[in-house]
Ligand binder design. Sequence first.
Ligand SMILES: [Zn+2]
Ligand SMILES: [Zn+2]
Length: 373
Amino acid sequence: MSDSTVCNTSKLCAYGECVDCKQTTYPLTKSTNTVVTLTQWCQEKVDYSKPGEETRMSTITVKKDVPTQEDELVAQFLDRLFKFRRHIFNIRWQYNAYRNLRENLTAKDCLIHIDFSENYTGTYSNEIQSVHFGGSHQQYNNRKNFYMISTAPHQMGFSKITWNFFKSSNGKGAPDGVGGALKRTADTLVRQGKDIPDAKSFYQQLKESSKVKLFYVSEEEVEKMDESLHQVPLFTVKGTMKMHQVLSISPGILKYRDISCFCQAAEGVFDCSCHSLQEVSLVATEHAEKALDVRPGVIKHHHSGQWCVVRYDDQPYPGIILEVEEHNVKVKCMHRNGINRFFWPSPREDVNWYHPSLFYFLPLLISGYSFPV
Ligand SMILES: [Zn+2]
Ligand SMILES: [Zn+2]
């Protein structure tokens, strides 16, 4: 239905930017102002406080009958159909990009397919999930994840990283395959009388009966990692709902765009300028600013990927921490241009080990490639 409202399969048409089809709608029979009833998932606040105690409110999702005028319903439908063509375009495009990427992998590449499966709960929550498009984007919209993706793989020796998003789960295709299969196996086990009340038991029951190799990550481990990321400068990324590709070519620097592009990947170039490629600014948060105001007592592993200032020849140079060892810290430094401007040397990078006593930390606001300190 949405395909019939566009001239062709281009991004321009799908994104409503084509003059010929941005107003095109799907022809429907003439609607009237008759009131019809529509069944919808709605958020509702409920009061579950006990008498005599303070008020406790909770938001729950309920299925409700909503009376709507027929012509209003048609308007709403056409509005959603207009947004849906962008959505369907993104799904097709991202899936295609994924398939091409997979088919062209070399011995030096690594492809990780991550499925953020929703919690293992009953049918009711699955029903809600299938009603709301875009729900799973929540997990991606996490600045700590963006920080991690632009630092951790570099520390492991990868030079270029891209993170490509499929649209949220729609129950079809490979992105949902593994999670779905595991949940079905779990359901079968429950029917056979096994109890799966938590993640640990899910892991223990499934690791024997499933062909998928499973790893269990405890809540404590997640909290520990989360805690260690409290003092890092975080990226402020605008429009995360729209982006489908995140790239990191240099540690601590993030680029992103509307949809994935690998048009020059064969030549080793991942950050081609296609589809509104943007570079993210590294903005220290209030919290991080406080922490970075003075140099921390010890430079630790979690400082990798962070901006710093090192002293060299009694002059300060900004750089990015690449690796931390007990008595040495590896830093990629910028070069000086004039008194107070810096740039990244190219093509040869300036990577050196520095003694921790040569460090200052400071919150930096980066704009462009050349900036005053
Ligand atoms: Zn068009
Ligand atoms: Zn491109």
